[in-house]
Design a protein around this ligand. Structure first.
Ligand code: ATP
Ligand code: LTN
Length: 326
């Protein structure tokens, strides 16, 4: 059985973008693939975090994975920092990565632009991500388009290691959703809807209340043209709303455009708000059922044992090949 693996950082509250770009790929494939989904909490501390909030979000993420539709009987769910092999392998991979290739990561360039006191961890973060992936030999890594370059780095590191020390790592493929690769901010539809942005008005959080969701969508920035069609460049706001609708209805963009052919912007926004509210209602009902139950700890305790054993085996193989230890 083929394996898929992905993770969503607990660096902010999960958003509609995290659902469409991150979790839904795993949901779609959980019946066909051996599916691993984890909480990359060590990635979150590459930037400043409030320890109490971080701990809360880690638990929330796990509850949201399940509430969004990831079946704990079909998925292996775990927390990165609970498995010490991630950081250990990462070090060996750091020593297999060139400064030049690490310096080409566009996300680092964006996240470090005009900032002071950037941590070294923010720079090496893609190598930790390579370790997260290569420890478990997945075939596919579902992510949004912004993570594609990092998966490609993992492929390059794995290939270099294999060439030097013999066949060790499986080369993973990125899996980018065709529609909705990037959900945009409702207030600035030229940029990604990001859980770490400052203006919450442009972001739909998975735990937002219904009236808040409706208000955010009804005040989404559009244009003055009045016609509903898909044109990312000239009509980013309308295109984003069409994308959200298509993704949640699981239809093509063309079908979404056809559906709204006799509608106006107000009508489009109202229907988009309806589908988002319906989706979030389901997620929130399930979330409220499980967030304070024992289920979360039971799953995490069960799965950390499994991934620890699996990671240990891969790590020991690597350690030996590199010549470390006795
Ligand atoms: P952020 O900028 O929101 O902190 P991130 O990329 O660090 O973003 P994660 O929640 O860790 O966010 O990302 C999990 C997955 O969801 C990644 O594969 C990412 O590509 C995807 N993702 C996040 N936001 C969006 C979005 N707006 N549109 C599409 N995919 C997204
Ligand atoms: N870097 C990713 C989160 C992440 C991840 C991973 C995704 C960390 N390790 C391994 C897939 C596979 C992000 O910021 N979205």
């Amino acid at each position: 059985m083929k394996k898929i693996l992905t993770g969503l950082q607990p660096s902010g509250e999960l958003t509609l973008g995290s659902l469409i770009g991150g979790i839904s790929g795993s949901i779609r494939y959980q019946d066909m693939y051996d599916s691993y989904i984890f909480v990359p909490d060590m990635h979150a501390i590459t930037v400043e975090q409030d320890p109490k909030l971080l701990k809360e979000r880690i638990r929330k993420n796990v509850a949201l994975y399940i509430a969004c539709g990831l079946d704990p009987n079909k998925n292996t769910i775990y927390i990165q920092s609970e498995n010490l092999y991630h950081a250990n392998l990462s070090w060996i991979l750091e020593c297999t990565t060139y400064m030049g290739e690490a310096s080409r990561m566009t996300q680092f360039k964006e996240k470090s632009r005009n900032k002071e006191n950037i941590s070294v961890g923010l720079f090496t973060y893609p190598i930790l991500m390579a370790s997260d992936i290569l420890l478990y030999s997945p075939d596919l890594v579902p992510t949004g388009i912004d993570q594609k370059q990092h998966v490609e780095l993992a492929r390059d590191i794995a290939t270099r290691f294999n060439n030097k020390y013999g066949e060790t790592f499986k080369i993973p493929e990125p899996m980018i959703p065709l529609v909705g690769a990037k959900i945009k901010d409702l207030q600035d539809p030229t940029k990604k809807m990001s859980k770490s942005s400052e203006n919450p008005k442009g972001i739909i959080y998975l735990l937002d209340e219904e009236n808040v969701v409706r208000k955010k969508i009804m005040s989404a920035v559009t244009d003055s043209d009045g016609k509903i069609f898909y044109d990312e460049e000239n009509k980013p706001g309308i295109s984003n709303l069409l994308t959200i609708y298509a993704c949640l209805k699981e239809i093509s963009i063309e079908d979404a455009v056809e559906h709204f052919k006799d509608s106006n912007y107000g009508g489009l926004k109202k229907e988009v708000a309806d589908v988002v509210v319906e989706k979030l209602n389901d997620i929130q009902n399930k979330y409220n059922e499980i967030i304070n139950s024992n289920l979360i700890d039971e799953i995490l305790d069960r799965d950390i044992k499994k991934v620890n054993e699996e990671a240990k085996e891969k790590y020991e193989e690597v350690r030996n090949k590199v010549g470390l230890g006795r």
